[in-house]
Every structure is written in structure tokens, then in C-alpha cells.
Design a protein around this ligand. Structure first.
Ligand SMILES: [Zn+2]
Length: 189
């Protein structure tokens, strides 16, 4: 009776260990996001600004969608909150239209010399290719570029809006792996 009970306890401990190992492998596979190395200074107070070239070509809705697509993601004590400003000098993210023929959008970050904080990000919508895709793929593109602004780079092993082109997630908002990446960057631990 005594032996049996100690055996079953050992089995329980063993199965717990196996379960933990399996769970940790599963978690490491799920968290496949790739950090770009930059981050915005105040993720709950990010300002975006649209150049006149965006509205003149009719891409306001796409740029606004991309800017705000990550809003509400909770990371540590803060939530991502991106709002508009009419002052270019106050903007953390500036959107322009471009006549580039490569890619659908381009992202540039100006990072501070002291570390990983991004002082200003510039996103360019490449109109030549952008106009060839439908509204949802335009929104997917702008939300993807905003993911670069917030500090993520391409992720092709699990579903992610940070998928590198020309493939599509066929979604217009960040999904779980993207959210996990943002939580990792901004958890302030
Ligand atoms: Zn990209």
C-alpha cells in the first residue's frame, strides 16, 4: 500500500515534468516573432502624421488603418495607443506616398545613437504597386509597416502580419504572434 502510493506520486511528478517540457517546447514554437531592435519611446503616446501626398492619392484610410491597427494591445502596464497629429515636427511616424516601384511599402527608422529608441519613423506607400492590390491588402500592408515602426521584423514561420512579401496573411490586424512580440518589447521588465 505504501509502495504503491509512493510509486504513483513519482509517476505524477514525472508526468508533470514531461508536461512542462512539452509545454515549453510548444510555447517556444508559438513565440516566433522576430525583433527588429528598435522601439518607440512612449508606446501609449505615439503620434502619426500624414503628408499631403497621402491624401492627394487617396490613401488616407489605408494610412490611418495602419497607424492605429496595433492600438489597444496591452504590453506590461501600458497599451499601444497611436493617434494623429497635424504637426509634422511632433510626429513619431510620418507617412508619405512614393513613386517607387519596389515593394508595396517602405519603412525607415531614425534611431537614436544611444540605443534602440526610434526618434522618427518614415513609412512610404509605394503607389505604383500599392494601387494594384485591393483595399484589404492595402490595409494589411500599412499595418505591417506599423509593426516595423513598433519594433518587429519579418516572421514567416507562424501566422503573422509581419510575413514578408509577396505572401499575404489575409488579415488586416496583428495576430497572436505579433501581439506576443509587442508584449515582449514593451513589458518594461
Ligand atoms: Zn516588411
Amino acid at each position: 500500500m505504501e509502495i504503491e502510493s509512493s510509486l504513483s506520486k513519482r509517476k505524477f511528478i514525472l508526468s508533470s515534468i514531461v508536461l512542462m517540457v512539452v509545454a515549453s517546447i510548444f510555447i517556444s514554437q508559438v513565440d516566433a516573432y522576430v525583433l527588429r531592435g528598435n522601439r518607440v519611446d512612449r508606446p501609449n503616446q505615439v503620434k502619426y502624421w500624414l503628408d499631403a501626398s497621402i491624401s492627394s492619392i487617396g490613401y488616407n484610410a489605408a494610412a490611418i488603418h495602419g497607424s492605429t491597427a496595433w492600438n489597444g494591445l496591452t504590453a506590461g502596464r501600458l497599451s499601444i495607443n497611436v493617434t494623429s497629429t497635424t504637426s509634422a515636427s511632433a510626429a513619431d511616424v510620418k507617412w508619405y506616398a512614393s513613386s517607387e516601384t519596389n515593394d508595396l511599402g517602405q519603412f525607415y527608422a531614425q534611431t537614436s545613437t544611444s540605443g534602440t529608441l526610434t526618434s522618427t519613423s518614415i513609412v512610404r506607400i509605394n503607389t505604383v504597386r500599392f494601387k494594384t492590390v485591393d483595399g484589404n491588402r492595402q490595409k494589411e500592408t500599412t499595418a505591417h509597416e506599423m509593426g516595423h515602426v513598433l519594433g518587429l521584423t519579418h516572421e514567416d514561420t507562424v501566422p503573422s502580419i509581419m510575413l514578408s512579401g509577396p505572401a499575404w496573411l489575409y488579415g488586416t490586424y496583428p495576430v497572436q504572434d505579433d501581439k506576443d512580440g509587442i508584449a515582449h518589447i514593451y513589458q518594461f521588465d
